[in-house]
Design a protein around this ligand. Sequence first.
Ligand SMILES: [Zn+2]
Length: 204
Amino acid sequence: MTVLPKSVEKVIEEFAKLPGVGPKSAARMVYHFLRSPYKEASKLADMLKLMDEQVKFCKECFNLADSEVCAICDSPVRDKQKVCVVEESLDVVAFEKSGVYNGTYFVLGGVISPAEGVGAEELRFKELKVRVKSIEGNVEIIVATNPSLEGEATSNYIQDMFKREIKEGRVIITRLAMGLPTGADLEYADQLTLKRALEGRVKV
Ligand SMILES: [Zn+2]
C-alpha cells in the first residue's frame, strides 16, 4: 500500500533517476518543493522547459550554446588548428575554468563502451571527421577523453579514423598526459591537474 499521492510519488521517481540522487534524497527534494510557499516547483518546471526549448548544440563543436555557433567557435582569438575532443559539455566547462587552453573543442557525446551498449554509431565520429576536414591547414586533435578503458578505446578509434591524414602530416593526434588518475572524471579534475595534463600532452 502506498501512502503518498500518486503525483508526489511520480516526481520522487523522476528525481531518483538523476545522477548521484538516490530515492531518499529524491524524497527530501520533493518535500522541500511541497513545503516551499512561492510555487518553487512550478518555477523550476518553467525553467526546465525553457532550457529544453532554448538550448541548442553548436553546429561546429556540439557544445551547448544559445545560438547556432557557440561563443568559443565564433571567437576570432581561438586557435582553430587545435580541436580538443571531449566526452561531454561539462568537460568543456572544466577546461575553460582552467584557462589554459586557447583552441576549440569537439563534444563527442560519450565514449565507446561495449558494456553499456555504446558503439561508435552512437557517437559523433562522422561529425568530427567533417569538422576536421573543414579546417584549413594542419590540425592538432587533442584527445581529452577520461583516463579509463573506454576513453582509451575511443582514443584509439579516433587515431584509426584519421590514419590517412596522420600519414599525410595534416593531422596530429595528442593525448592528455596521465597526470590524471586512471578512472578519474575529467570534469572533477582540479585546475592544476588539468593544466599539467594539457601541457604534458603526448603525440600518439
Ligand atoms: Zn562550438
